[in-house]
Design a protein. Structure first.
Lengths: 115, 437
């Protein structure tokens, strides 16, 4: 799997689906919630990502529902998807640890945290 | 809450997406867009509309990910730009003045009975250098008139005054040794009058002012068209099973490699001389590539509508495509290298046998295969380096697959660099001169 850092939308989509299978609008809502409103996915962006992630085998279709003639397709993480997200989490944690350690050594203004 | 109007809006916006995407994901994307709508919303918010449009057009322009796919698409796009601009240059360059009109102009320039009228209608005939404002098209009608005055310089000067009086914009009269000449232009016509013993009046059509911009525009349209076509065909490639893919590769790889030849000729020609006629000169080299690419597109059109079922172990397409491309590129490089090596080896053997005496005609020495070797020998210097455009991306993207294929490709690619260098070595030059003479 790629060692390159994931794009934010990709990261949050995988994170959203780590909980349970979701359909398109469900993903948008959960991502909005998980990111504290910082990331508002638009449908076009979401489906470009879903298309790519499905092709890469990180996601798969869980089930389909048709209500009032509307098609809803639910997606879930594959084992590859779980592994990719885990790898990204490890990478972010390692990066964060390195940065935090350097800040500590430099005697960074910890006051900021205290406040 | 009914969103009928909003739904109609979104359905229209979804046309930005290509058909394959609409078929696969259109309904659920529409559902998601409507789910996200506010109660009573009648029209899309502009940011949503722009997002759908941009993503849809992006999807149309997308080629499958992978170095092999992107390389193929870039080459086909360049080839498309080439083909589209050729037609325009042809139209702009193949104009010829009418015979009667040309004779009439010549009579104004030199009022005497012409001794000869010749029509040169070869579009590829490089027009003579002309000052700005007098750019001639390649074709011309040449009227030769015996000098009316024993002094040719005066005849030419008189001719210049007469054309000016007839409403022509005349250029400076220049004299180089015994040659006196000037250019004149009126509306769509350009005339060059040259006095050298007799007087010749060359009547050209002027290069239309729109030629440069027109060619650039056509090239841009062709680039986009070629890219879209390549994307469409490559998506077809991915929907094909092994047989269809093999057929597409069989036609497409030579097509893509062949397309590099006219593109290379035009690129080097334009860089050196800025002469757009290189576009037409490269046309004969484009025919084989066009046939290969069209055949590959035909196979792509026959691709099944749905991709092969994504089973538990998806086909590793990029890896396999990489391998096929690598084999093709290796074979190409090595064929040209072998052609070169064969010519040099034959030269050395013949030289050793005859000593310093006359080496003889290579056709007699190698009656069989002489033509093939000559083709490989000539095109090897052009094509093998051009092939690097394919093999270098392959080497870069496949650097983790350190297997026999990668090593072979690397060695083969090195020959592409070595060939032109060796060509200029003393041995390469003597062998080449002997063979080509």
């Amino acid at each position: 799997l790629a060692v390159v850092a994931m794009q934010q939308p990709t990261f949050f989509i995988l994170t959203a689906l780590a909980g349970k299978p979701l359909h398109g609008y469900g993903i948008i809502q959960v991502v909005d919630e998980l990111s504290g409103g910082r990331l508002t996915l638009r449908a076009g962006t979401l489906y470009a990502a879903l298309d790519r992630l499905t092709e890469d085998g990180l996601l798969e279709v869980d089930r389909e529902e048709a209500i009032d003639g509307r098609l809803r397709r639910y997606y879930r993480l594959t084992s590859d998807g779980t592994a990719a997200l885990q790898a990204e989490v490890d990478l972010m944690r390692a990066n964060a640890n390195v940065a935090a350690a350097r800040l500590r050594r430099a005697g960074a203004p910890r006051m900021a945290y205290a406040l | 809450m009914s969103h009928d109007r909003l739904e109609r809006w979104y359905r229209r916006l979804l046309w930005a997406y290509p058909k394959r995407f609409r078929r696969a994901r259109g309904p659920e994307l529409l559902t998601t867009l409507l789910d996200a709508a506010r109660p009573g919303q009648q029209r899309p918010r502009w940011r949503d509309a722009v997002n759908v449009l941009v993503r849809g057009l992006g999807c149309r322009l997308a080629v499958p990910r992978g170095a092999g796919y992107v390389t193929a698409a870039v080459v086909v796009a360049l080839f498309g730009g080439f083909l589209a601009s050729v037609g325009l240059v042809w139209t702009a360059s193949s104009r010829l003045p009418e015979l009667g009109a040309a004779a009439a102009v010549a009579r104004v320039a030199v009022p005497a009975e012409p001794s000869d009228i010749v029509v040169y209608d070869d579009v590829l005939f490089l027009p003579p250098e002309a000052p700005r404002g007098f750019e001639p098209s390649p074709g011309r009608i040449q009227v030769t008139v015996p000098a009316v005055d024993s002094d040719v310089a005066r005849t030419v000067a008189d001719s210049r005054s007469r054309l000016a009086a007839d409403g022509w914009r005349v250029g400076e009269l220049t004299t180089t040794g015994p040659v006196h000449q000037f250019w004149a232009a009126r509306q769509d016509d350009v005339v060059r009058v040259v006095g050298f013993g007799s007087v010749t009046v060359d009547v050209h059509k002027r290069v239309p002012g729109w030629r440069g911009a027109g060619v650039a525009g056509a090239a841009a349209v062709g680039l986009v068209g070629g890219w879209l076509l390549a994307g469409w065909a490559l998506h077809g490639f991915r929907r094909h099973r092994l047989g269809g893919r093999a057929a597409m590769l069989a036609f497409g790889v030579p097509g893509v490699l062949g397309a590099l030849i006219p593109v290379g000729i035009v690129a080097t020609g334009l860089l050196r001389t800025r002469e757009l006629l290189y576009l037409i000169a490269a046309v004969p080299f484009a025919a084989p590539a066009a046939i290969g690419l069209l055949a590959a597109a035909g196979v792509a059109a026959a691709a099944p509508r749905t991709p092969p079922a994504p089973g538990p172990t998806p086909v590793p397409v990029p890896a396999r495509a990489w391998q096929y491309l690598a084999w093709g590129a290796t074979a190409g490089h090595l064929t040209f290298a072998l052609g070169w090596a064969a010519v040099v080896a034959i030269y050395l053997v013949v030289k050793a046998r005859t000593g310093d005496a006359f080496l003889g005609d290579p056709k007699d020495v190698v009656p069989w295969g002489h033509d093939i070797l000559t083709l490989l020998f000539i095109f090897g210097f052009l094509l093998s380096p051009a092939l690097l455009a394919v093999s270098v991306p392959l080497l870069v993207t496949g650097r983790r697959q350190v297997g026999v294929t990668w090593t072979l490709l690397f060695v083969a690619a090195v020959t592409a660099v070595a060939l032109p260098v060796l060509m200029f070595s003393p041995l390469g030059q003597s062998a080449g001169t002997w063979w080509m003479d």
